[in-house]
Design a binder for this molecule. Structure first.
Ligand SMILES: [Zn+2]
Length: 329
């Protein structure tokens, strides 16, 4: 459980944000409301408060074989922590600038090692912070798609894996891995997608008792179709919408197969891509899906006892689409 921290400095400017992230974990949402009303978490008091609240959250959430999924607010990007008993898995770690914050968050959650680290695909908003995480924590298996990208960000991840003697594991659709009392199955990628890094995204389906959680990275329409064609059961209670809620993913046919009760959208407020797109929100709304959003609600935590699901915040009911800037989609 030894941990080597490479960081030589702590950025105080980021600490308030981290304290707020931890606040979101305070426990179930009524408790969070209560804490918010009490207020009083100044910047200087933030660190201690964050640690205390995290410790409280641990005891509230993590009894027995409960499973928690933390959708970290890392702005425009993805970082998802899955904890089940003694098992922990990190799926992506946001942009390069978020590496330290993700490490801090893991530390506050009492994580000392990660059984699995998944880099869904080599884009910077997913693997940017992974080099810091892999360099700082003991990591078991690191899973990334067989897709190399000629960027410094990608090199940094590979370099730190080399330094620590970790071999990259490629995803094989259908392979099942255990995570505490839970298990997850690789559901993507199912083919080759040329230069489309998004479609190469590693997709996994986590099962914990009766509850199912689907994560598909930034997989777009072609990859979604291939998942459908694979014949795998993609139905899930919680779906992390693909590609930050983009309309290039989350196709109607795919959403119908997943048939989620809850959807979580990870995106940054005011992002230039206009995520989440109106088409995605409209589809989810028409299906009666309850939507949670990191851009509006910060870090989202859902806890499973194997049959019930509890979120730390109420669903967003804004149904507000992003606004693309500069002609980007
Ligand atoms: Zn992305």
């Amino acid at each position: 459980m030894a941990r080597k921290r490479r960081r030589s400095r702590r950025r105080n400017g980021r600490k308030l944000g981290l304290a707020l992230l931890a606040l979101c974990l305070a426990a179930l949402y009524p408790l969070k409301e209560q804490l918010s009303e009490e207020g009083g978490y100044s910047h200087s008091a933030g660190n201690a408060a964050a640690e205390d609240i995290s410790a409280a959250a641990s005891s509230v959430f993590r009894e027995g074989s409960a499973l928690e999924v933390h959708f970290l607010d890392v702005g425009q990007g993805d970082a998802t922590l899955v904890i089940c008993g003694d098992g922990a898995m990190l799926i992506d770690a946001g942009n390069n600038s978020w590496g330290d914050d993700v490490c801090d968050y893991l530390e506050y959650q009492g994580i000392s090692n990660l059984d699995y680290v998944i880099g869904t695909h080599p884009d910077a908003d997913h693997i940017g912070g992974l080099d810091t995480v892999i360099g700082s924590f003991d990591c078991g298996m690191v899973i990334m798609p067989d897709y190399e990208k000629d960027t410094q960000t990608y090199e940094e991840v590979i370099d730190v894996m080399d330094e620590k003697g970790i071999e990259l594991t490629y995803p094989e659709a259908g392979t099942v891995y255990e995570l505490g009392e839970a298990a997850f199955t690789i559901v993507a990628p199912n083919g080759e997608y040329g230069s489309n890094a998004n479609d190469c995204s590693v997709g996994i389906l986590v099962e914990h008792g009766e509850n199912r959680f689907l994560f598909t990275g930034d997989a777009e329409a072609d990859a979604e179709q291939d998942m459908l064609d694979s014949g795998m059961d993609l139905s899930a209670d919680v779906f992390k919408t693909a590609h930050h809620g983009s309309n290039t993913a989350n196709t109607e046919a795919f959403l119908e197969a997943v048939d989620p009760e809850y959807a979580v959208i990870s995106c940054g407020e005011g992002n230039s891509y206009g995520h989440p797109h109106a088409e995605t929100l409209n589809r989810l709304r028409a299906m009666g899906v309850q939507v949670f959003r990191t851009d509006e609600e910060g870090t989202i935590v859902v806890s499973s006892d194997g049959s019930n699901l509890t979120f730390n915040v109420p669903p967003s009911e804004s149904w507000k689409a992003g606004e693309p800037k500069g002609g980007e989609k």
